[in-house]
Design a protein around this ligand. Structure first.
Ligand code: NAD
Ligand code: WQD
Length: 337
């Protein structure tokens, strides 16, 4: 297939583009590079031994999208582009609704006009908010995401459902990722946050490499076995492979389906630190701090819908996720720079 991948230079996008190229697909990446570097795609092409077409631009640029769809016979769009920092979304809601919500709207309008009706969308477990019951299944309520970021994802999900209801030609896969971590086993591509990391694994690995002094564990008084929060960490390569399965699925039938992409298992922050120390052979300095606003005690996925319908499940263990994170961090102490 010939695929348009928006946000393909980013963390999850670059890993997915690599798997798509290795599976023989043709790839056009559209990315404005606001949170990524072209170096990721140079390395993706080197690993795959195949090239892709890169277009620098914004998903809100309708003229550019129309040109892209006119120039290329696109079979499906894999849509990663958007902003993803929960805390920043509270401070800059307009940026988040513009990029995530209005951006997706513009993309869908351009797709409809170009008669490209297949779309895989990056949603998030954040749409479950603080779930009344874990594991969260696709049927769990999604009424109360706790940030503008989460609400922008939920609004897009609703837009896509409405769109498919209005026109049966659409075939849409909504993927709710849990906590993506890890890196490609080559150590050549990985997560490269700008500035101070917000998420656990980039922070932890920057402490281990000596770039940051000490990890603050946000809260040890949660109602969990060791008092720290529990999450469903999923290896980014497993996640990438989930997109290939979703593409296969939406290419064979119409509709709008939602799938959780998670491992179906929860680990606490302390378990993650311990697994990382084992994988890296380094001691990670940490202190307990107060809870972080908006954090929930525990969430992990009920992953059986993806297993049944996509034939997909997460294969890579926590030890594997930690080893691959450490390989990427130690081979690239300055990320792509
Ligand atoms: P990322 O920031 O590494 O990748 C996003 C990419 O989109 C970047 O390359 C960025 O430059 C590009 N981009 C942003 N806004 C754009 C715009 N308006 N036009 C064109 N390009 C634009 O993030 P990621 O971790 O790879 O996440 C990819 C997608 O998955 C996002 O939609 C994110 O919300 C979603 N997601 C991520 C996580 C996570 O923890 N990483 C979890 C759940 C869902
Ligand atoms: C994991 C755990 C923290 C940093 C976020 C988004 C979610 C999704 C995935 C996009 C939590 C603890 C963290 C630190 C810590 N993204 N922690 N010290 O919050 O589960 O999910 O990323 O869709 O929407 O909210 O991930 O990696 O930030 O935190 O103790 O310095 O690590 O409290 O328990 P989170 P995270």
């Amino acid at each position: 297939m010939k695929l348009l991948v928006t946000g393909g230079a980013g963390y999850i996008g670059s890993h997915t583009v690599l798997e798509l190229l290795q599976a023989g697909h043709e790839v056009v990446v559209l990315d404005n590079l606001c949170n990524s570097s072209l170096e990721s795609l140079r390395r993706v092409q080197a690993i795959a031994g195949r090239s892709l077409l890169f277009v620098e631009g914004d998903i809100r640029n309708r003229t550019l999208l129309d040109q892209l769809f006119a120039q290329h016979q696109i079979d499906a769009v894999v849509h990663f582009a958007g902003l993803k920092a929960v805390g920043e979304s509270v401070r800059k809601p307009l940026d988040y609704y513009a990029s995530n919500m209005a951006g997706t709207l513009t993309l869908c309008q351009a797709m409809a006009d170009a008669e490209v009706f297949r779309l895989v969308f990056s949603s998030s477990a954040t749409v479950y908010g603080d779930p009344a019951r874990v594991p969260a299944s696709e049927e769990s309520p999604v009424t109360n995401p706790s940030s503008p970021y989460g609400r922008s994802k939920l609004m897009v999900e609703q837009l896509l459902q409405d769109l498919q209801c209005s026109d049966a030609r659409w075939s849409i896969g909504i993927l709710r990722y849990f906590n993506p971590v890890g890196a490609h086993s080559s150590g050549l591509i990985g997560e490269d946050p700008l500035g101070l990391p917000n998420n656990l694994l980039p922070y932890l690995s920057q402490v281990a490499i000596g770039k940051l002094d000490c990890l603050q564990v946000y809260g040890n008084d949660y109602p969990t076995p060791d008092g720290t929060c529990v999450r469903d960490y999923i290896h980014v390569v497993d996640l990438a492979l989930g997109h290939l399965r979703a593409l296969q699925f939406i290419s064979s039938r119409r509709g709008c389906e939602v799938w959780n992409l998670g491992a179906g298992k929860g680990y606490s922050v302390l378990q993650v630190i311990s697994a990382f120390e084992q994988a890296s052979g380094r001691t990670v300095r940490y202190v307990f701090g107060p809870r972080r606003a908006g954090d929930i005690a525990a969430n992990w996925a009920e992953p059986s819908k993806a297993a049944c319908e996509l034939g997909w499940k997460a294969e890579r263990s926590l030890a594997n996720m930690m080893a691959d994170t450490w390989r990427w961090q130690s081979m690239n102490p300055q990320g792509y720079r």
